[in-house]
Design a binder for this molecule. Structure first.
Ligand SMILES: *Cc1c(COP(=O)(O)O)cnc(C)c1O
Length: 360
């Protein structure tokens, strides 16, 4: 065998949800936080139209998409960069700033890809303790050292679903060392938009990045489109790392039309919130205590790992795939994506029958 680099052989593979086999098409996945609705009809039409020009390479500058995003959020188009999912942008940031002489910092129960992205460039990720499934600014600051180069915060968080106010992020940024880049991953930002001041304003300081994606609220996970708002000098370096033509023409067209159809996306986030609130109430009626979510999923802590495993198995028997949280250090929890109302009511019935058998 030809020996790969040591830091790669030492890495654990990135673990996606254990999804059912393709033969099990009747299974309903609540494991990957996908949207409860298909993409906007306008996005579908735009994608079909773009495919007719499939012989051509895509626009390397994502011009239409950046213009649409800049207009929507009141941002400067030239400071927006797009990726093949926001995962590409997270990976590029790690490649740009991390190596074996520095470290990345994240919150205890944060998005697992932050660790993968850090380790694959030979760095390490250190986790700061949370407080009741919430990011703790004090604990992040106490864990930050002179070696800390990147701080990753998903807000709202995944897998917790909880959100900290923008004022906390400002306080964190004020107290972090100047040589530390703060990355605020707002993959679920659309589900909380309008409830607080925008984090995009922090980017003007020059030491903060905000990431978003079309994968969740816009229902375009399969199209792989993410974007970020970057200080100009960060954007300049990052562009060298992004693969040229990284977002297909079909994906760019779908994303641009999806952002333009703001009403459709807002309908999705409102519907998701309604179903999530009712689902969370039903969980509480069963004696469960999910942390308050600002996303399209709910984290459910059970009394024990055995209870979580039993609930997971019961859900599978009834055709639902939950996301086990062992890999996140929460083996007593399951994470469930908010899907259509009838599905969530069935989930509650399954969990209720479990609790009648002595669980939770
Ligand atoms: C889903 C998710 C992403 C990745 O999104 P893509 O744009 O599909 O790559 C990034 N961050 C968090 C916290 C997520 O949950």
């Amino acid at each position: 065998m030809i020996p790969p680099l040591q830091h790669i052989t030492g890495m654990a593979p990135y673990a996606l949800a254990s999804l059912p086999a393709a033969s099990d098409q009747d299974m309903i996945s609540l494991a990957q936080n996908e949207s409860l609705r298909p993409p906007s009809p306008q996005a579908i039409a735009a994608a079909k139209n773009a495919l007719a020009y499939g012989q051509l390479y895509p626009d390397p500058d994502w011009s239409d998409l950046r213009t649409e995003l800049a207009g929507r959020h009141g941002l400067k188009a030239e400071n927006i960069l797009c990726g093949a999912g926001s995962m590409e942008l997270i990976a590029a940031l790690a490649q740009c700033y991390l190596d074996d002489r520095n470290i990345a910092l994240a919150s205890e129960y944060s998005y697992a890809f932050f660790r993968t992205a850090s380790e694959r460039v030979g760095s390490r990720l250190v986790a700061a303790k949370e407080n009741g499934f919430k990011v703790s600014i004090d604990s992040l600051l106490a864990t930050s050292t002179a070696q800390t180069r990147l701080v990753f915060i998903a807000n709202p968080g995944n897998p917790t679903g909880t959100r900290i106010p923008t004022s906390d992020l400002i306080a964190l940024r004020n107290d972090l060392a100047d040589g530390t880049l703060l990355i605020i991953d707002e993959a679920y930002g659309e589900f909380a938009d309008g409830t607080d001041q925008s984090a995009f304003n922090l980017v003007d300081r020059g030491d903060t990045v905000v990431l978003r994606t079309l994968s969740k609220a816009y229902g375009l996970a399969s199209m792989r489109v993410g974007w970020g708002y970057f200080p100009p000098d960060v954007a300049t370096q990052l562009r060298k790392i992004l693969t040229p033509n990284n977002v297909s023409s079909v994906s760019q067209a779908a994303a641009t039309a999806a952002v333009a159809d703001h009403t459709y996306m807002r309908h999705t986030t409102r519907l998701t919130k309604e179903i999530r609130l009712a689902f969370s109430l039903s969980l509480k009626d069963l004696g469960l205590e999910p942390p308050a979510s600002d996303t399209n999923f709910v984290l459910i802590p059970f009394k024990s790992e055995a209870d979580a495993t039993a609930a997971d198995a019961a859900l599978r028997r009834h055709g639902f795939v939950a996301r086990g949280m062992g890999g996140y250090g929460l083996p007593n929890c399951l994470r469930l994506t908010i899907s259509q109302e009838t599905h969530m009511k069935s989930v509650i019935r399954v969990l209720a029958s479990q609790s009648n058998q002595g669980l939770p």
